[in-house]
Design a protein around this ligand. Sequence first.
Ligand code: 4AD
Ligand code: MG
Length: 456
Amino acid sequence: MRIQQILLQEQAVQNLTVRGWVRTVRRSKEVVFIELNDGSCLASLQLVATESVDAQALAAVTTGACIEARGDLVASPAAGQRWELRVTQLEVLGEADSSYPMQKKRHSFEYLRSMAHLRPRANTFGAVFRLRSALSFAVHQFFHQRGFLYVHTPIITASDCEGAGELFRVTTLDPLHPPLKEGGVDWGQDFFGTRTGLTVSGQLQGELFATAFRDIYTFGPTFRAENSHTSRHASEFWMIEPEMAFADLAADCRLAEDFLRFLVRYALEHCGEDLQFFNERIEPGLLDKLTALADARFETMSYSEAVTRLKSSGQAFEFPVEWGLDLQSEHERYLCEQVIGGPLFVTDYPKQIKAFYMRANEDGRTVAAMDLLVPRVGEIIGGSQREERLDVLSARMDELGMERESLQWYLDIRRWGSCPHAGFGLGFERLLMYLSGMENIRDVIPFPRTPGQALF
Ligand code: 4AD
Ligand code: MG
C-alpha cells in the first residue's frame, strides 16, 4: 500500500507492507523511530521498531536508505499523526551511507538544483512535482469537458512561429564540413531537405486543426534558444495552446479566464495538503490569494492605457516606458500587483512588438493581442485573435520581409474556408510558479534546461 492510502485508513490494519525511502531515523535505547516517505503524499509514515526486529537490518536503516517493512498499523500515541506502523519484519533494499547529501537540515533551492536527481525526495520538491502531475491531468480534464480536440503538434519543425529567431537547430550535417552552396550551408542536403529546429510553439499547426475541428488544444514541450538569464525563462518548457474557430479576442479572454480559474480550483480541491505546505513555507497568503482568484472576475486594460498608467505612476523603473516598447516584467508586475491587485488582461498591443499572425485592428497601429498578467509571475498567458484575411496577412508578411513559400500551408487555410479564430498559450511552469509560490522556474521543472545548463 502507498503511504497516502495508509494514512487515510479508518481502522487499524494488521500485517501491512510498506516500501519507501527513509527521511530520518531516531534511535533510543529500546526503540527505533523511522520516518518513511514514498512520494505519494507530503506526510511520512512513522515506523516503530523494537528489538524484536532483526538487529543487523535495523542498523543499516539510515537517512536515504530504501526499505521494506511489514507490521501492524496502530493508532499512534504521538501528537500530530494518527497512525504508526509497529514493525515486525524489516529489510533494507538499498543502503545509503553517511555521504548521502540530503540530510535532515534544510538546504537552499540553489544547492538542491545541483542535485536534481535527489531533490524529488525533499518535501518542497515532492509537493512541486505532485502539483505538476495533478495539474497536467487537470489541463486535459478542462478541455475534454468542453469538447476540445487534443492535437499533437510536431516537435521538429521548419517554421519559427513567433518569428523571434529562437529556434534550436536540428541537423545531421557534419558541423565541421557541411555541404555548401552559394551563400552558405546547403540545407537542402540536410536530413529533412530543409532547415529545421525544435518548435517554439504548436500554434500554427494548431490553427490548421481548428479549421477542421473548431476547438482544439495542444499540450507539449516547446523550446527557445533565448539567452534570458531570468527566474521565469527556461529553454525547454511546456505550453498549453488552445485554438478556437469562430472566436474573437473577447471570447479568447473568457476562455483564458475560465481555464485559469478551473486550474486554481482544481489545485485547491486536489492538492490541499501540498498547497498548505507552500502557504506555510513558500508564499505566506498563498491560499487566500488562490481562493480569492477562484471567484474573481479578471480586469482588462488596453496596452495604451497601461502605458499611460505606468508613465503617471511616479515609479522609478529600470526599463523605459514608452508607447511602442514592450512591457518588461517589472511593468507587468506593477500593473497587476499595484494598480489592479490581481490578474489583469492587457490587450491591443502595438503591432511592431507582436508576432505576424495577430489580427490587425482598425486603427492600423495595434493588433488584437492579449497577455494575462498575474501577481509575482507577470505574464502567464499570451494570446490573440488571428489574422484570417488572406490579403491582410500576406501584406503583413511582406512588410516583415518573411518569405511566404515555407508558410504556404498556413496561408492556404486563409484561402480555403477561412474563419475568424483565436487562441492563446499558457506557460505551464509559470502556472506552477503561480500556484506554488515558487520563485524560480528551475524549481518547478524536474530537470531544467537553461542557458549553460543541461545536466541530468
Ligand atoms: O507569449 P508566447 O511567446 O506566445 C506564444 O508562443 C503563442 N504562440 C501562444 C498562442 O497564442 N498559441 O508564450 C506563451 C506563454 C507565455 O505567456 C509564458 O507563460 C510562456 O508561454 N513562456 C515561457 N515559459 C517559460 N520559459 C520561457 N522561455 C517562456 N516563453 C514563453
Ligand atoms: Mg508573450
